[in-house]
Design a protein around this ligand. Structure first.
Ligand SMILES: Cc1cc2nc3c(=O)[nH]c(=O)nc-3n(C[C@H](O)[C@H](O)[C@H](O)COP(=O)(O)O)c2cc1C
Length: 334
């Protein structure tokens, strides 16, 4: 069985789930599992920073694409402070990446280049104002990033953000992101008028995820109360597990850091520095057994109780969605 709507049709997939791009977590194995299961699977280009790495990964995924029921896509951080943005975009266009997810800036260049060969572009948005800018630039749809999402979570609940986007932009795809880890949650987004969901945190607790076991177990052990917002990683508020180390370093930048990030002359370079330092800290946390643990995760950790292979998670989500749709149908009576 499959679900068919404008998202699945335009993206040529069987079920309306995106395996969300996750810095330092997403990898080839996970993307292959997503494609095999008939969903859309995305990864951040910044996971492949060495010379030639992104090209060879895209070659492999393009070869895989022909025998798969799903699609892969690339997430680009479209911010001036991302030094690899334009280089990565050119590589992706040359390799004809099927779809893009843009975050944290203007998606103008991505939309122009992707549409030149028929690829799709979804833009991460947390409010209608940013969505309007992406709409004006011609995006194909939005990822509505709501409260509780892993990473740069939004302020607005999906219960409002999804229908508000749908009302403002009825002919664009709207995907709900933040807190989705069950079929019931998928059904709720579809009921709100969204065309699909983007799921991140659930896929960290998998054997395939490219992070250490401490991180995976921390997801399993954390409840929603254990997830806090911190500006220590990138300057932008980001959700992390409230480990002893997160508590020790605090959750906000100090006054001097805030000053440097606001001053016109220092802003760009300071942001680059903060992001570079944040990346290094995250890298240490996810690979080595360092006690300096900064682990990014969303509040859906509440619903994650075991480490399960990606394919099994996706099959479970599909099954639960069909069950939950049927269960709601049963409520209707005379
Ligand atoms: C560990 C982690 C890393 C992330 N890295 C990125 C990233 O590099 N780029 C991006 O656009 N979003 C990133 N996100 C956000 C996800 O793409 C997605 O919006 C979010 O995980 C959805 O919420 P959920 O975690 O509640 O499922 C990240 C999320 C997590 C949990």
């Amino acid at each position: 069985m499959k679900i068919s709507n404008t998202f699945t049709q335009q993206f040529d997939i069987q079920f309306p789930i995106i395996m969300a791009p996750m810095f330092l977590v997403s990898n080839l194995e996970m993307i292959k599992a997503g494609m095999k299961s008939g969903i859309a699977a995305a990864f951040p280009s910044l996971n492949y920073r060495e010379e030639g790495e992104l090209e060879s990964l895209l070659n492999e995924l393009n070869a895989e694409q022909n025998n798969s029921r799903g699609r892969y896509g690339v997430n680009l951080i479209v911010q001036k402070s991302n030094p690899m943005y334009f280089k990565h975009l050119d590589i992706c266009v040359e390799k004809k990446v099927p779809f893009y997810i843009t975050s944290l800036g203007s998606p103008e260049e991505v939309i122009k280049k992707a549409h030149s060969y028929g690829a799709k572009v979804l833009c991460d948005v947390t409010n209608i104002v940013h969505a309007q800018k992406c709409f004006d630039l011609g995006c194909d749809g939005f990822i509505a990033v709501g409260q509780g999402a892993g990473g740069h979570a939004g302020n607005n609940p999906l219960l409002l953000l999804v229908p508000a986007l749908k009302k403002a932009f009825p002919d664009r795809i709207v995907i709900g992101a933040g807190g989705v880890a069950t079929g019931d949650a998928i059904t709720s987004i579809l009921a709100l008028g969204g065309e699909g969901v983007s799921v991140g945190t659930r896929f960290i607790a998998t054997p395939e995820a490219g992070v250490n076991d401490g991180y995976k177990n921390a997801i399993v052990d954390s409840s929603m109360e254990d997830i806090v917002m911190s500006t220590k990683i990138s300057g932008t508020p980001c959700t992390v597990i409230n480990t002893d180390y997160a508590k020790k370093i605090g959750y906000t930048q100090n006054w001097f850091e805030r000053l440097l990030s606001k001053n016109k002359k220092t802003k760009k370079y300071f942001k680059m520095l903060v992001q570079f330092r944040g990346m290094k800290k995250l890298e240490e946390s996810v690979t080595s057994g360092s006690y300096k643990t900064l682990w990014v995760a969303g509040k859906s950790s509440e619903m994650i109780k075991e480490i399960v292979p990606c394919v099994d998670i996706i099959e479970r989500l599909k099954q639960e969605t069909f069950e939950s749709l049927a269960k709601l149908g049963d409520l209707v009576g005379d």
